[in-house]
Design a protein around this ligand. Structure first.
Ligand code: COI
Length: 354
């Protein structure tokens, strides 16, 4: 985008809500910035797109998104760096993943130019909504879905891309507790676990609610075939530290290829901490805990960044994990946050500065 010009028509809010928001208290995903971007795909082409006040949109009740979950989304963050600029963290990864989701749902690709121009101009319009680095980040949520109003089970021919943003603080205020679910699975071979489909999330809510009833934050998901191997936790990728080595399940089709997962693996290599991508069974965890070598467990995602786990429920026992200040999770969190907020050199070229 050339500074001062706009690719899209912009309808601005009359009165910004910015001043009424407490930026020191930003529960995740509850406060929306003033504007959003909307573009439709119809008759084989994308509309120009527009920036308009954030608010309800019109959609037929028979739209494919509502009837058959023809819908995918992304989530990524922008941080304020010391120059005062806005730095978006690895948005190319999200754009590519959104298009893999689109392919899985037979939706047309979102062109690179449309995605990045929309993101840049929306962030420019709502630049006052970017929190200071110590307050949090601006979470960017592209949502892409089918709007054809017919009941045939087919993707349809009309689609909508909406990009909204919200200032967010931390996702969890403290360490978390998780329990393994044997009853429910999140994904299975041939399914959609490696794509960011809206429909992957709805079926997880019952399992999470049951875990919460038992006093845990969420569940640990096992593989859908043998129900022996750990795949993810809650809405995050999962990492363990076993006897000094970090272990995370490999991307074999059922696990979401998280951007922070990828970043964490790279940063662990930078920090000289050994990391293996391999399957981890519940039995291995039980044995490692008994032998005193299950040193850490943490979740890793965009919303929560790195979330240390303090308690892990297996079927018949709870494992308590020590939370040391010099833990791998904390070192990783500091490294990731430092790069995102521009206090540590962006040695991998991960930031898009605006
Ligand atoms: C993430 O942390 O990557 C997420 O997608 C979380 C979101 C579903 C709240």
């Amino acid at each position: 985008m050339v500074q001062g010009t706009s690719t899209f028509p912009i309808t601005r809010v009359k009165n910004s809500r910015r001043e009424s928001v407490d930026f020191d208290n930003l529960p995740f995903g509850t406060v929306w910035s003033d504007h959003m971007f909307v573009a439709d795909y119809a008759d084989g082409a994308w509309s120009r797109g527009k920036i308009q006040p954030y608010g309800p949109i019109e959609i037929h009740p028979s739209a494919k998104a509502l009837q058959y979950a023809v819908s995918g989304f992304e989530g990524f963050k922008a941080h304020r760096i010391p120059t005062g600029e806005c730095a978006v963290f690895r948005p190319d990864m999200n754009r590519n993943r959104l298009n893999r989701t689109a392919q899985r749902l037979m939706m047309p690709e979102v062109p690179e130019e449309l995605f990045f121009d929309a993101m840049r101009e929306l962030l420019e319009v709502d630049k006052d909504w970017l929190p200071d680095a110590d307050q949090g980040a601006l979470y960017i949520r592209p949502s892409y879905f089918g709007i054809t109003p017919t009941l045939t089970v087919a993707p349809g021919d009309a689609f909508r891309l909406v990009i909204m943003t919200c200032p967010v603080g931390g996702y969890f205020s403290d360490d978390i507790s998780l329990t393994i679910t044997q009853e429910y699975v999140r994904a299975f071979p041939g399914g959609t676990g490696s794509n960011k489909l809206a429909g992957n999330y709805a079926p997880t809510m019952l399992a999470s609610a049951l875990a919460q009833k038992q006093g845990y934050h969420n569940v640990v998901w096992l593989d859908g075939v043998e129900r022996r191997y750990i795949e993810e936790c809650g809405v995050m990728n999962v990492f363990f530290v076993i006897d000094g080595t970090v272990v995370t399940p490999p991307l074999e089709g059922t696990i979401l290829p998280g951007v922070n997962r990828d970043s964490a693996i790279q940063l662990l290599a930078d920090l000289g901490i050994p990391c293996e991508e391999r399957r981890v069974s519940v039995d291995e965890l039980r044995e490692a805990a008994a032998a005193g070598i299950l040193e850490e467990m943490f979740g890793c995602g965009t919303a929560a960044a790195i979330a240390p786990v303090g308690r892990l429920g297996l079927e018949d026992e709870d494992i308590t994990l020590e939370l040391r200040s010099d833990s791998v999770a904390n070192r990783l969190k500091a490294e990731l946050f430092g790069i995102q907020t521009g206090t540590i050199e962006d040695r991998h070229g991960w930031l898009m500065r605006l």
